[in-house]
Structure formats: structure tokens, C-alpha cells
Design a binder for this molecule. Structure first.
Ligand code: DOR
Ligand code: ZN
Length: 424
């Protein structure tokens, strides 16, 4: 099976390419990227005027399977991913049961091999049951196929245990991803602490609850000589702390999500629970710092933090509603709208954040359009606008922070391992 993708503007930061070129795919691999390839192919796709980039590698996705198939499944999430231009996801381990032993990972991998429409990688937990009490067997999880370890949704409060976790992760050669939050500070907060939390009468989550824990996690990783990746960075001080650590040579990387550079706490003024996530939407000053962090390289990755919840869990009083928003279908368009259309960043930098850097951090042979690489490709009509509508979302849950907003950039094709997994 061969596909020839003709005449698109090919963006490949790994090979410093931004030019009109053709891409030839044979079986599941890219075999040539060149000007005006003349060959017989089983199918020829003319993509003149479109953007062609490496498929998105989204390293923060909650698939909810096993345990909460009413929210999302491997099948529905990967269909949503394909529609959003995503070709690889890292599945967060806060499932039921959690991904804290070889057997649970094996069972999830069975489901993935049956149901997944794109590449799905599994993240194991740092501690058993994500309870922060006892370490999961890092080396065994890695051997079972876990690509990283995280207690996402929770932080490990016990610093001695966390130091031990970093040491074990280093020995096993596996990345640790930190949800950095000091629950003693964030407590029962539900939105950003500030003028709006007072005005709305809702308990606040301070920047401090995030950045103090970011600082601690980096310090412990440094002590252990281990890599650390900080998940969903939302505030200015976290960006500053990570920037300083990077300059000092600490092996730290981090991600943010599209809602943190698209929306501020003002989106909460209508008590919309689809704007409720953890960490929360912050101030305009924080949003500006997140954007600068993306631009100057402090923030390596854009990930969705796709966190599906049912209507029953969202359509209730604000304080009782679950934290989290879906994002697989909107992350690319939201990024184009906020970062490309405004000329804040160029295409190459955007694909670095969405595809190349996450692949590099997870040590995957992906995120690039180089010869011999797996054919994971997204084709985009960059100028096309679309309205985000609830009943047009593929994801089983509809809790998007972008509902009712017009976004720019529409996925025309998603190709994963040489197969067209989505076509508009
Ligand atoms: O908003 C969030 N939702 N933040 C998290 O850290 C966890 C996630 C979830 O699993 O729903
Ligand atoms: Zn988290």
C-alpha cells in the first residue's frame, strides 16, 4: 500500500523543513520527502495549499478505560484523537484499577490492541493505587511497556518517598511526570485564587500551590540525578522556576495545555463548569507568561490534558463538578488560533511543541517526517474556521472549554502508520 501526498507545505522541525514538497508513504513508513515526486502510488492525495506536519504526540490524555467507560473508552478517545490530528497519545494511569502493576498494564494493552485507531502508549503510576504511600515497581512497569510514570491527579506529598521514586525511575531508565500540586495549600479550592474567586464566592487555588511543588519536584529530581517532566504548567512563577532550573542544567521538561494560553479566569464569571479544571484557568498575567514560556523554549510541549467527564458530573453545582476538560479535538485548532493566526509563533515551532518535543521526551521514533520514520502525518486547512459544537464532538464526553467558540484550522487527513485514520 503506497500513498503520495502531493503539493502541501511540509513542516518538519526535526529536519528544519518548511517547503512545498511531496511525501511518499510505502506500507507504514515515509520513504521519500522531495520536490515533485513522480511515481505510481496506490493513492495520490493532492493537498495543494494545505499544511502537512508530523502527527501530534499528545503526552497527557485520560482515556478512562478501564473503569469509567461511561466517560470515554480507548475506541472513542482514539477516534476523537484522529479527528484532532493526533497520532500518538500517552494514556494517564488514573484508571480503575490504576496502572500500578504488570497485570493491569497487560489488560489495558489488550484493549488497545483491539480498539485503538492510533498509537496508544501507557503511563504507569509512581505509587501503588496513586495513594502516595508505597512505590510501584518502576522497573517491572517499564518492562511491561510503561513509557513513563505519573500519579497524575495527585502529587506525592512525602518528599522522602518522592526522592526514592526519582532514584528508582533513574535506575529503571523511565521518565517521571509530575502533577505538581500542594493539596495542603490548594485545599478545597475550585477556581484560581483572586478577585474572581472572591466575587463569585468560590474557594481559590493559589499559584503558590502549584509553583512551590514544582520547585520541590525539580529539587528532588536534581538530587536523584533523574529526568522530570512537569505536567500542565499554568502560572507565571512555575515558568520562572523551570526556566532557572533549565539554565542550571537540571534535566527538566514541561508542558502546558491550550486552555492555559487561550482562556483566563474571566471565563468562570458565568459559573460554567466546562471551565473548571485542575490547575485552574489563571490571570491574564499568567497567560502571558505561559505564551512567553512557549516562545522562549521554557515550555517544551503542548498537551491536551484530555479529561472527559459525563454530563451528570458537570451539570451540577460548581463546587461539586469534576475537574477537567476534553481537548483532543480542539488542541491543534486552539493552538493555531492563539499562536499561529496571531503570528505569535511560526509553524515549525508549533509542531515542535505538539509533535517533535513530546516524541523526543518520550524517546519515540515519532514527531518527524524524516525518511524511514513511521508515517504519522496530519494535513490541515489552516484558514478554515469552525464552530465547536457539543453534538459534533466525537469524544464520548462533551465537556469542552471551547464550546461555542470559533477556532481556526481544520484537520483534513490524519494518517497513522501509513493508514488514513481520519478524513474530513
Ligand atoms: O482537571 C483535571 N482533571 N486535572 C487533573 O489533574 C486530573 C484530571 C482528571 O483525571 O479528570
Ligand atoms: Zn494532572
Amino acid at each position: 500500500m503506497s500513498i503520495l501526498i502531493k503539493g502541501g507545505r511540509v513542516i518538519d522541525p526535526a529536519n528544519k523543513i518548511d517547503a512545498v514538497l511531496d511525501i511518499l508513504i510505502e506500507n507504514n513508513k515515509i520513504v521519500r520527502v522531495a520536490n515533485d515526486i513522480k511515481t505510481q502510488a496506490d493513492s495520490i492525495i493532492d493537498v495543494t495549499g494545505r499544511i502537512v506536519g508530523p502527527g501530534i504526540v499528545d503526552m497527557h490524555v485520560h482515556l478512562r478505560q478501564p473503569g469509567r467507560e461511561d466517560k470515554e473508552t480507548v475506541a472513542t478517545a482514539t477516534a476523537a484523537a484522529a479527528k484532532g490530528g493526533v497520532t500518538t497519545v500517552l494514556a494517564m494511569p488514573n484508571t480503575n484499577p490504576a496502572m500500578d502493576c504488570a497485570e493491569n498494564i497487560r489488560l489495558l494493552k489488550e484493549i488497545i490492541s483491539k480498539d485503538a485507531k492510533i498509537n496508544v502508549l501507557v503511563c504507569g503510576t509512581i505509587t501503588k493505587g496513586r495513594l502516595g504511600q508505597e512505590l510501584s515497581p518502576a522497573a517491572i512497569l517499564k518492562k511491561s511497556g510503561a513509557c513513563a510514570l505519573s500519579d497524575d491527579g495527585c502529587s506525592v506529598d512525602n518528599s522522602e518517598l518522592m526522592l526514592e521514586a526519582f532514584k528508582k525511575a533513574r535506575q529503571a531508565g523511565i521518565l517521571t511526570i509530575c502533577h505538581s500540586e500542594d493539596k495542603k495549600i490548594s485545599g478545597k479550592g475550585v477556581i484560581n485564587l483572586g478577585f474572581n474567586s472572591t466575587r463569585l464566592g468560590l474557594r481559590g487555588i493559589s499559584n503558590e500551590s502549584e509553583y512551590k511543588r514544582v520547585a520541590r519536584d525539580i529539587e528532588l529530581a536534581e538530587k536523584a540525578g533523574s529526568f522530570v517532566h512537569i505536567a500542565h504548567v499554568s502560572c507565571r512563577q512555575s515558568v520562572e522556576i523551570i526556566s532557572k532550573a533549565k539554565k542550571k542544567g537540571v534535566q527538566v521538561t514541561c508542558e502546558t495545555a491550550p486552555h492555559y494560553f487561550s482562556l483566563t479566569e474571566d471565563a468562570l464569571l458565568g459559573y460554567d463548569t466546562n471551565m473548571k479544571m485542575n490547575p485552574p484557568l489563571r490571570s491574564p498575567e499568567d497567560l502571558a507568561a505561559i505564551k512567553q514560556g512557549l516562545k522562549n523554549g521554557t515550555i517544551d510541549v503542548i498537551a491536551s490534558d484530555h479529561a472527559p467527564h459525563t454530563e451528570n458530573e458537570k451539570d451540577i453545582e460548581f463546587e461539586r463538578a469534576e475537574f477537567g476538560v476534553v481537548g483532543l479535538e480542539t488542541e491543534l485548532a486552539a493552538s493555531i488560533t492563539e499562536l499561529i493566526d496571531t503570528k505569535f509563533m511560526d509553524w515549525s515551532s508549533l509542531f515542535e511543541k505538539l509533535s517533535f518535543n513530546p516524541a523526543r521526551i518520550l524517546e519515540l521514533d515519532k514527531g518527524s517526517l524524516g525518511q524511514g520514520r513511521p508515517a504519522d502525518i496530519v494535513v490541515i486547512s489552516a484558514e478554515k474556521e469552525w464552530l465547536v459544537r457539543k453534538n459534533e464532538l466525537t469524544s464520548k464526553s462533551k465537556n469542552s472549554a471551547f464550546l461555542g467558540r470559533v477556532l481556526k484550522g481544520m484537520v483534513d487527513y490524519t494518517i497513522c502508520n501509513g493508514k488514513i485514520v481520519y478524513k474530513k
